[in-house]
Design a protein around this ligand. Structure first.
Ligand SMILES: [Zn+2]
Length: 145
């Protein structure tokens, strides 16, 4: 016997749109890149009944739509934040506080194009992030805090 689709399924477009809005609001409130688990924890603390899988899916959908950008965190997890409308920069990510600033990627892109061309690859995509200690964190280390 064939089952009819459940209109109240958690995968319905209305709930997915709500998850995306919650995630985007959360990410837009901070300049820092955060892992999906941390985004989910923040939403739960604010009383939002949204599942981890929904947060994960919403984050990926927002990233594909260009509303959210990603960088590799210092611990190797993927981090996300609201997109800055200046294109796809390369980031310097602080390993202490998670803040990130854009860095010039011209040399990296030129190298990637040449490396791809020399090996006859097409659609070469650069996934690079740089990790270090930001200036405010560096000052607090120097001050012994
Ligand atoms: Zn820092």
């Amino acid at each position: 016997m064939a089952r009819t689709p459940d209109r109240r399924s958690p995968r319905s477009p209305g709930r997915r749109a709500t998850s995306r809005r919650l995630v985007l609001d959360e990410l837009s409130a901070s300049e820092h890149f955060r892992a999906v688990g941390d985004i989910h924890d923040a939403l739960v603390r604010r009383g939002q009944g949204v599942g981890l899988a929904s947060v994960y899916r919403a984050t990926r959908e927002l990233q594909r739509a260009g509303a959210v950008e990603a960088a590799v965190l210092a611990d190797g997890r993927a981090g996300f934040r609201g997109a800055v409308p200046t294109g796809a920069p390369l980031y310097l990510v602080c390993v202490r506080c998670g803040s990130a600033v854009g860095a010039s990627r011209g040399v990296v892109d030129a190298w990637a194009r040449e490396a791809g061309r020399s090996q006859r690859f097409v659609d070469v995509e650069v996934r690079v992030s740089l990790h270090g200690v930001c200036a405010p964190c560096g000052r607090s280390v120097a001050a012994g805090q």
